[in-house]
Design a protein around this ligand. Structure first.
Ligand SMILES: CC(C)(COP(=O)(O)OP(=O)(O)OC[C@H]1O[C@@H](n2cnc3c(N)ncnc32)[C@H](O)[C@@H]1OP(=O)(O)O)[C@@H](O)C(=O)NCCC(=O)NCCS
Length: 162
């Protein structure tokens, strides 16, 4: 029985030594966001100290997809948020998906879907009742991906030059 390459891909929690592979994936998403929203984003060196802080933060969690050759093919990070004390807001624990990126050469093979599934399972175990995230206008792949996974638009951010 032959095992396809995709069957060998496993999602697992991120570790310190994943940094070089994760850094390369973050460069991909940073370039994309700088192209989509140049007034908001620019590419710059990401610091490893932020990686250590993320992994050490009890309210955050990160996953990677690694292949047998130990290349990092996908990365997802999230944070758990409590509603601030405010009588006009419904208090609920939510997970905010902060970053999701799959290496361009292995997109459309189910890696993004598997990362979101693993993160969702974990967030549910933490008592979170929903996942919230932001996409930037013009990111057609992300729009199609999240719509396929059942995500719907909750609000819109408007802006105008002054
Ligand atoms: C968005 C992204 C994470 C999707 O990852 P992926 O591993 O390619 O997604 P999957 O293979 O799990 O896709 C699941 C389903 O989503 C939909 N989908 C994903 N990418 C799509 C695209 N480019 N166009 C249309 N539908 C798409 C499809 O229905 C797909 O199922 P199918 O391939 O069987 O048709 C990836 O395109 C990416 O890294 N983009 C750059 C970074 C980014 O935009 N991140 C998200 C915003 S922060």
């Amino acid at each position: 029985v032959s095992v396809s390459v995709d069957d060998a891909l496993a999602v697992r929690r991120a570790r310190h030594e994943d940094w070089p592979g994760v850094e390369a994936l973050l460069r991909e998403v940073d370039q994309l966001h700088a192209a989509l929203a140049p007034a908001y984003f620019r590419t710059g060196a990401r610091a490893e100290v932020e990686w250590r802080q993320l992994l050490g933060d009890a309210t955050a969690a990160a996953w990677v997809t690694a292949d047998g050759a130990r290349a990092t093919l996908g990365f997802l990070s999230l944070r758990i948020y409590e509603t601030p004390h405010d009588p006009t807001m419904v208090p609920r624990r939510r997970a905010h998906l902060e970053t999701l990126v799959v290496a361009p050469r292995v997109r459309r093979r189910g890696i993004g879907r598997r990362l979101v599934a693993a993160a969702s399972d974990w967030a549910r175990e933490q008592g979170a009742v929903e996942m919230v995230l932001t996409t930037w206008t013009g990111n057609a792949a992300a729009d199609a991906f999240y719509e396929r996974l059942g995500y719907r638009v909750l609000s819109r951010v408007l802006h105008a030059p002054l």
